[in-house]
Design a protein around this ligand. Structure first.
Ligand SMILES: [Zn+2]
Length: 404
């Protein structure tokens, strides 16, 4: 699945209609959650029942009826995603919060499936045909939907969403993109650290992009300005908007950066190995510098998986145990604290700490795959959870999950 995103242009009245649709989605989703909460214990609620309930809502409320029926369905599915995630977390006895479904207050998107919209023959305009009155919107942006075939049958979903700087239209397109590239006979291990974006098993250290460091302080500044303004006042709203715009800009820069690096790595290696870092741990981190880094890394990893699929490369995620402590030459465990930046072993091995880890990661991956960086269209041991995208992440590459 590939997501193409366009900014849309319309009249203020059309934007209001989009907001209306977004609110309706939230209403249906929250109603479904309420329905599930209030249901007696013996009735088993599932996606199918919620779907039926959403149809009932259509007959009860005119504003729900005005939204395309499949879009209403899709809203009920959102509720079910939240509920079943909670069930799964309980069943698997996930430590910590189980994610009891909450009522949504700040929904930002509405999702249509295969009906309720019509693409103009030139594909530069889209018309929403349900009774929400959104009408015809102009599509801006450089992507051309033509490149994905002439027909519109490959478009599985269409989403309208609000971002800090306006409204966007996303097309979820079903294309198995692939490009034949030659085998390189090389494999690479990547280690993430705080001081550099990554260190690879060949000793190359990719520096953290300067824009991130700059953006970090500018973001902090913008955030502090929100709290200086009085709650409920216009100034605070403005400060929040400024912060959101800056944030969006950083998100985009970060995405472009991750994409570029991932493409390079996948083009020049048949096998890419990295540590399997747990997503929930990454998100929980409160240290800002670290969390920015983690978000970038997670994004980078998603792009690696994407390009690996595209170029037919193998991706291996290895367990991060002892990768920094073990000597990559002789296998001895050499204990060192985080501040020790060089790995020195009695066997004579002397390496940068992260490079040593990257080599260990690569070795583990080669062991797991039988030693050959062969070609494989689907990554082995790829464990990024479907739908576990970071909330602030821009979804140019995305899974099938709806944007919440
Ligand atoms: Zn050694």
């Amino acid at each position: 699945m590939l997501v193409l995103e366009y900014k849309v242009k319309g009249k203020p009245s059309q934007y209001r209609a989009i907001e209306e649709a977004i609110k309706t989605v939230q209403f249906v989703r929250n109603k479904c959650i309420r329905y599930w909460m209030d249901a007696p214990k013996e009735t088993k609620i599932d996606g199918f029942i919620l779907n039926k309930y959403s149809t009932k809502l259509r007959s009860e409320f005119l504003f729900v009826k005005n939204l395309n029926s499949m879009a209403v369905q899709s809203s009920a599915e959102r509720a079910w995603v939240a509920i079943s995630r909670f069930y799964n977390n309980c069943k698997s006895k996930k430590p910590g919060e189980k994610g009891y479904p909450r009522f949504q207050k700040h929904n930002r998107s509405v999702e249509y499936k295969t009906s309720g919209w019509k693409l103009h023959p030139t594909k530069r305009r889209i018309t929403f045909t349900d009774k929400k009155g959104i009408g015809e919107l102009k599509l801006l942006g450089k992507w051309d939907i033509h490149t994905c075939g002439g027909a519109t049958s490959h478009i599985k979903r269409v989403r309208l969403l609000r971002r800090a700087d306006g409204y966007y239209c996303q097309f979820v397109v079903n294309v198995a993109q692939s490009e034949i590239v030659e085998a390189t006979q090389s494999a690479i291990g990547l280690d993430v650290g705080l001081e550099s974006f990554y260190t690879d098993s060949n000793g190359h250290q990719e520096a953290n992009p300067r824009f991130l460091r700059k953006a970090e302080s500018s973001l902090k500044h913008a955030q502090r300005r929100i709290y200086k303004k009085q709650k409920g006042k216009n100034g605070r709203l403005k400060a929040r908007k400024r912060f959101a715009k800056k944030h969006l800009k950083v998100t985009r820069q970060r995405n472009e950066h991750a994409k570029r690096l991932a493409r390079n790595v996948c083009r020049s290696n048949d096998l890419v190995a990295y540590e399997d870092l747990s997503v929930s741990n990454l998100v929980k981190n409160h240290c800002l510098a670290k969390s920015i880094n983690d978000a970038s890394w997670y994004l980078f990893r998603q792009w690696i998986e994407y390009f690996a699929g595209k170029y037919g490369r193998k991706v291996v995620a290895v367990k991060p145990h002892y990768t920094s402590q073990k000597c990559s030459q002789c296998g001895r465990i050499v204990k060192k604290s985080l501040s020790v930046r060089t790995h020195i072993c009695q066997c004579g091995c002397r390496l940068n700490r992260d490079e040593n880890a990257a080599i260990n990661i690569l070795n583990l991956a080669l062991q797991a795959t039988g030693g050959h960086p062969g070609r494989n269209a689907v990554g082995v041991g790829v464990t990024t959870l479907v739908g576990a995208t970071l909330p602030e992440q821009i979804l140019t590459l995305s899974t099938e999950s709806p944007v919440f």
